[in-house]
Design a protein around this ligand. Structure first.
Ligand code: ADP
Ligand code: MG
Length: 726
C-alpha cells in the first residue's frame, strides 16, 4: 500500500513535457478560425442576411425567421467545410459550468440515405429535456418546459466535431434558468441608464458597453497523484493534508520560469483559445506552488464571459493530455493562496469613450468622475448583495485568507483618486477638472493625472479596486461564472445612474450649467462614499471589521446567511426596477444557492469521513501495531520497557488522535442526518454551515496523525508531492 505513493510521485516527477504542435501560421492568421465571426459572416452570408444579423448584434434588432434560415444556411456551409458532424445549443445552467446536448446533423433523405440538415429553427430555439437542472421550483410550479434560445451577440463556434451555439436557457414562462439571461438583461439595464447621462456630454452616444477582462487563477496537479486523493477528485479540494515545510514563503514560484510540462499545457491551451477567438494575452506562475494565471485582452462582457466558460472547459481537457488535472476550486490547499478570478470591469460608449478612465478635457474628466462616483455609490448601497453574488461554499474558504479580499465589500481608490474626491468637496462647483501636467498649476484646478502613479499600488486585500481605467472586482472566485457578479454590479450601477440622473435633472432645471449641476449632484454622494465604502487600509485587521460595522457595511461571514441579501426589499427593488430579475427569480435562485451549498458541504463531509475511516485510521493503527510489537519484543528480551519511551509516547498520542478522529467523524455523520431531515432550504443550509465548521475540526487530528505516522505507511499523496511536482 505504502509503496504506491512513492511510485506515483516518482513517475509523476519523471514525466516529460509533451511536444506541442504549433501552427506554422502566425497567431493573427489562425485567430478566430473556429468561430463564425464577422469575417466568416461576410464570406458565408448573403448581404441581406449579413446586414440583418449585424443590426441584431450591434443594435439589438430582432431577427425574422426567413433571415434566421439564411443565416443557418451560411453557418451550415461553414460548418461542413470544417468537418462538423453535430450541433449543440451551449448554455450556462445554475449548476455552474456549461451544458451541451449534441445532435447529429443527419436526417433521413427518404431515399434510403441521409442528408445533412440545419435550418433556422434549430439555430434559433430548442427544447432540451433539461429537467434535471436546478431551477428553484420555477419549472415545477409552472411549466416543465425549458427553452434554449440563440444569443447572436456571442458567435457560434466549433469544438472538435461539434458546432456550438451560445444560447440563453429560460422557462416556458420566461423566467431565467441560467447565468446568461440575467447578464444580458443587466447589460441592457446599465446601457439604458447610462445613455441619457452620456448624452449630456456627447449627444451621439447610442449604446453603452460593459467590458470584462478576467484573470483566471488555477492550480495544476499531476493526474496520478490526483487520482490517489478522493477528496480532490470528489470535492475539488484537499480536506486534509499537513502543511509542507516549504510552501510559498520564499515567493520563489511567483513569476518564476514556467516548468516545461506546464508551459506545454499553456501553449496548447493558447493555440486552441486563439483558434476560438479568445485573445489570451498573459500567462504566469502565481504565488502558491503549482498555481498559475492567465488573462485575455478584455472584451464586451457577454462574449468575454462566454470565453471564460469555454476556457475553463478547454483547460480541463487539455490538461489531461499533459498528465495534469486543473483545480479551479477557490481553496484547494489550506495554508497557501487560493485562486480567484479578478473581474476587471468598465463601461464605454459606442463612440469610443472609456467611461472609467480620465477624459481628454475638463468635460471628459467630469464625465469620468460621474461614472466613477456613481459606481462607488452603487457598490456602497448594495455591498451586501454584491458580496452575496460572489459567495459560494467553495469561495468561502478563500475570502479573508492569504491575499484574498475579506468578506466585507469596500472599495480601494488609491491615493490619487482619494485626493481628487476630497478636493472636489473643497472647491467651487465650477472648478475645471484638468489633466495634470498639461496646464500650469493653478490653485483652483482639480488635477487628474493622465497615468495613475498609484494604479500599481497593490492593495490585494481590497475586494473592489480602482486600477486606472477600470474597477477590479477581486472577490470573485476562480470557479465562478463571472456573470453572477457582473449582473449584480451592473444592476446596482444602473439603478444608481437612474437616481443620479433624476437628481441631476432637478439641478439642471434650476438653470445651472452642466458642470455646476453635475458637481452639485456629485458632492453629497462623494461625501457619503468617502465616509463609508472607500477604504484604502488593510482589510485583514480586526479594527477594519469593527470600523466596517460602524460604517454600515455588511460583515456577515456565513454564506447561507449572505444569500438572504438577494431578497431584501432594497435588492428586490433594484433588480425589478432595472428589469434584471423578478422577485420570483430571486427567490428561486436563492433556493438553488442554498441547495448547492448543502450539496457541496455534504459531499465534503461524506468524503472526509470515508477517508478518515478507510485511509487515515488504518494507516495510524498499522503504525501503532508496529510500535506495540516493538515494545512487546523489547519486553520479551529485556524484561522491562525502559528503552521504549518514544514508542510508548507515540502509541499514546496516536491512540488519542485516532479516538478524536472517530468521535468527530461519528458526530459529523449524525449532524448530517439531522440536517438532511430539515425541509426548509435556508434552515438546512444553515445546519450545513455548522457542518462546514466540523470539517475543519476533524481535519486537525487527521493532520496531526499525518505528522506522526511513518511516512512509508501514509497512503495519501502529501502536500509536498501535490504542490512541488509538475
Ligand atoms: P493586472 O491586474 O495583474 O495588472 P493586467 O494589467 O494584465 O493585470 O489586466 C488584467 C485584465 O484587465 C486584462 O484582461 C485586461 O485586458 C483587463 N483590462 C484592461 N483594461 C480594461 C478595461 N478598461 N476594462 C476592462 N478590463 C480591462
Ligand atoms: Mg489584476
Amino acid at each position: 500500500m505504502s509503496i504506491d505513493r512513492f511510485d506515483l510521485a516518482r513517475e509523476a516527477f519523471d514525466k516529460k513535457a509533451l511536444p506541442v504542435e504549433i501552427p506554422s501560421k502566425k497567431m493573427s492568421e489562425y485567430f478566430g478560425e473556429r468561430v463564425f465571426g464577422r469575417n466568416a459572416m461576410r464570406k458565408y452570408l448573403d448581404p441581406q442576411a449579413l446586414g440583418a444579423l449585424l443590426e441584431c448584434i450591434d443594435k439589438g434588432r430582432p431577427l425574422d425567421r426567413a433571415t434566421a434560415d439564411s443565416v443557418a444556411r451560411g453557418i451550415k456551409e461553414w460548418a461542413l467545410e470544417n468537418h462538423v458532424t453535430h450541433i449543440t445549443h451551449w448554455f450556462q445552467p445554475l449548476t455552474e459550468g456549461t451544458a451541451e446536448k449534441h445532435d447529429s446533423l443527419i436526417d433521413l433523405d427518404g431515399k434510403g440515405g441521409v442528408v445533412e440538415t440545419f435550418d433556422g429553427s434549430s439555430l434559433v430555439q430548442q427544447e432540451p429535456d433539461a429537467s434535471s437542472f436546478p431551477n428553484g421550483g420555477i419549472r415545477a410550479t409552472f411549466e416543465a418546459r425549458g427553452y434554449t434560445a440563440w444569443d447572436p451577440t456571442s458567435p457560434v463556434f466549433i469544438q472538435g466535431d461539434t458546432l456550438c451555439i451560445p444560447t440563453v436557457f429560460v422557462a416556458y414562462t420566461g423566467e431565467a434558468l441560467d447565468y446568461k439571461t440575467p447578464l444580458k438583461r443587466s447589460l441592457k439595464a446599465v446601457s439604458d441608464a447610462a445613455i441619457p447621462v452620456c448624452r449630456l456630454f456627447d449627444p451621439a452616444v447610442n449604446k453603452v458597453k460593459c467590458y470584462l477582462g478576467w484573470e483566471q487563477e488555477y492550480f495544476l496537479v499531476d493526474e496520478d497523484l490526483y487520482a490517489a486523493r478522493p477528496d480532490l477528485m470528489l470535492s475539488g479540494r484537499t480536506l486534509m493534508g499537513h502543511m509542507s515545510s516549504k510552501s510559498q514563503q520564499l515567493s520563489d514560484h511567483y513569476f518564476a520560469a514556467i516548468p516545461a510540462r506546464v508551459a506545454a499545457f499553456m501553449r496548447e491551451l493558447e493555440v486552441e483559445a486563439l483558434r476560438l477567438g479568445i485573445p489570451l494575452k498573459t500567462r504566469h506562475n502565481e504565488v502558491a506552488p503549482n498555481q498559475f494565471e492567465m488573462a485575455p485582452i478584455f472584451g464586451e462582457a457577454n462574449l468575454s464571459n462566454d470565453q471564460n466558460q469555454l476556457v475553463m472547459n478547454l483547460m480541463n481537457g487539455i490538461a489531461r493530455k499533459h498528465g495534469f488535472v486543473v483545480l479551479l476550486h477557490e481553496k484547494p490547499f489550506a495554508g497557501i493562496n487560493g485562486s480567484g478570478k479578478h473581474c476587471n470591469w468598465s463601461l464605454g460608449t459606442d463612440t469610443g469613450t472609456m467611461l472609467m478612465a480620465p477624459g481628454k478635457d475638463p468635460m471628459g474628466n467630469l464625465q469620468f468622475l460621474t461614472f466613477f462616483v456613481n459606481t462607488l455609490a452603487a457598490v456602497q448601497r448594495h455591498n451586501a448583495v454584491l458580496k452575496a453574488s460572489i459567495a459560494s461554499a467553495t469561495n468561502a474558504h478563500r475570502l479573508g485568507g492569504h491575499e484574498a479580499p475579506p468578506a466585507i465589500i469596500s472599495a480601494f481608490l488609491g491615493r490619487t483618486m482619494s485626493a481628487v474626491l476630497r478636493k472636489i468637496l473643497e472647491v467651487p462647483s465650477d472648478t475645471p477638472i484638468e489633466i495634470a501636467g498639461k496646464k500650469g498649476r493653478s490653485v483652483g484646478l482639480i488635477e487628474i493625472p493622465e497615468i495613475f502613479i498609484d494604479n500599481t499600488d497593490r492593495n490585494r486585500t481590497s475586494p473592489f479596486a480602482f486600477t486606472g481605467n477600470r474597477f477590479e472586482f477581486r472577490a470573485v472566485g476562480s470557479s465562478a461564472n463571472c456573470a453572477g457578479a457582473l449582473t449584480t454590479l451592473n444592476a446596482a450601477v444602473a439603478e444608481q445612474l437612474l437616481d443620479f440622473k433624476q437628481q441631476l435633472d432637478r439641478e439642471l432645471s434650476g438653470g445651472k450649467s452642466l458642470q455646476v449641476a453635475v458637481m452639485d449632484t456629485l458632492k453629497p454622494i462623494i461625501a457619503d462614499i468617502i465616509d463609508k465604502v472607500c477604504f484604502d487600509g488593510n482589510g485583514y485587521t480586526e479594527e477594519w471589521k469593527q470600523e466596517a460595522v460602524r460604517r454600515g457595511l455588511d460583515t456577515e461571514t456565513s454564506v447561507p446567511e449572505m444569500f438572504k441579501a438577494f431578497t431584501t426589499p432594497s435588492s428586490v427593488a433594484m433588480f425589478t426596477r432595472t428589469g434584471v430579475y423578478t422577485g420570483k427569480e430571486l427567490s428561486a435562485r436563492n433556493e438553488v444557492k442554498w441547495d448547492m451549498y448543502v450539496k457541496k458541504v455534504q459531499i465534503e463531509s461524506r468524503v472526509m469521513v470515508r477517508m478518515a475511516i478507510n485511509h487515515v485510521i488504518p494507516a495510524a493503527l498499522e503504525y501503532k501495531k508496529r510500535l506495540l510489537r516493538e515494545v512487546a519484543l523489547y519486553r520479551q528480551v529485556m524484561d522491562n520497557e525502559l528503552g521504549c519511551r518514544t514508542e510508548l509516547e507515540l502509541i499514546g498520542r496516536i491512540g488519542e488522535y485516532v479516538d478524536d478522529v472517530s468521535v468527530k467523524s461519528e458526530a459529523m455523520r449524525l449532524a448530517r442526518k439531522r440536517a438532511n431531515a430539515i425541509e426548509d432550504d435556508y434552515e438546512r443550509a444553515m445546519a450545513y454551515h455548522e457542518i462546514a465548521g466540523q470539517i475543519e475540526e476533524l481535519r486537525r487530528p487527521i493532520d496531526k496523525l499525518e505528522e506522526l505516522v511513518d511516512n512509508q505507511l501514509w497512503p495519501l499523496p502529501k502536500y509536498r508531492e501535490l504542490l512541488f511536482i509538475s
